[in-house]
Design a protein around this ligand. Sequence first.
Ligand code: CNA
Length: 261
Amino acid sequence: MTRPRTLDPAECAEMVRGASSVVALTGAGVSTGAGIPDFRGPRGLYVTRRYDPELVFSIDHFMRDARMFYEFTRDFVAMVKGLKPTLTHRALALLEERGFLAGVITQNIDALHHHAGSKTVVEVHGSYWSATCTRCRTPVPEARSYSWWEEAIRSSPASPVVLCRACAGVVKPGVVFFGEAVRDFEEATRLVEGCDLLFVLGSSLAVHPAALLPELAHGQVVVVNRGSVALAPAPNRYFVDEDLDRYFERLLERLGLPLPA
Ligand code: CNA
């Protein structure tokens, strides 16, 4: 049986330099350093505000009555607005800018990879970075700003539910709900199958189908995650049980790249 192997930042830097295509798959753990707890942890919104995820993120419930989802959104926006992307988000954007990284696939809905400046971002669970009217299908490009969400919720005649300016239909953020298909999975699959180094960052790999992506990787897989991950050891897989920001700080140093401000 293959024993799990770790990888120090110096060895990882060599791997990044030698790879022809690097891709990162990220989860809730990249955003905890920014102050966004995972939803089910002790500080998570499901626990502190007693939201029932089955209802909050149910598309059937949302189409019948959007108020519960928007109460969650009001709390989520109040928490996320003003938070800065973590060093790991910014490091990934820098690695892409410098030609080391082909793109990021994320399970997160917080849009922090966009806010950090990443260009190729595949959000398989969608995010608050986009929104559309459920009635007339008009997109809402202003949704890219959390300040816009805060103001739209506060000033909507149906507050907290945000209504379309054109037809007064209910606006739905681009977050993928239970009962909806994941987004851009073909694009995510193409990126993973085409890379020779896949980072898996801050994800327990418990949620499918995103959790299946590392199985499709043909090259090296480097997991950086505190705690256990649902991925079996294999000769091409490395498991680093460390804080992400600390690891990426040292990785950038080894690559001779400046720490992003
Ligand atoms: P998860 O199952 O909560 O896994 C997160 C992992 O990250 C855990 O194993 C943690 O131990 C680990 N972790 C936390 N902080 C760090 C850190 N600083 N350094 C290293 N490791 C750390 O979450 P997943 O992303 O795997 O998937 C579950 C759901 C939760 C996805 O659909 C997400 O969309 C959803 N979610 C998103 C957000 C967000 O958008 N920020 C927040 C919470 C949940």
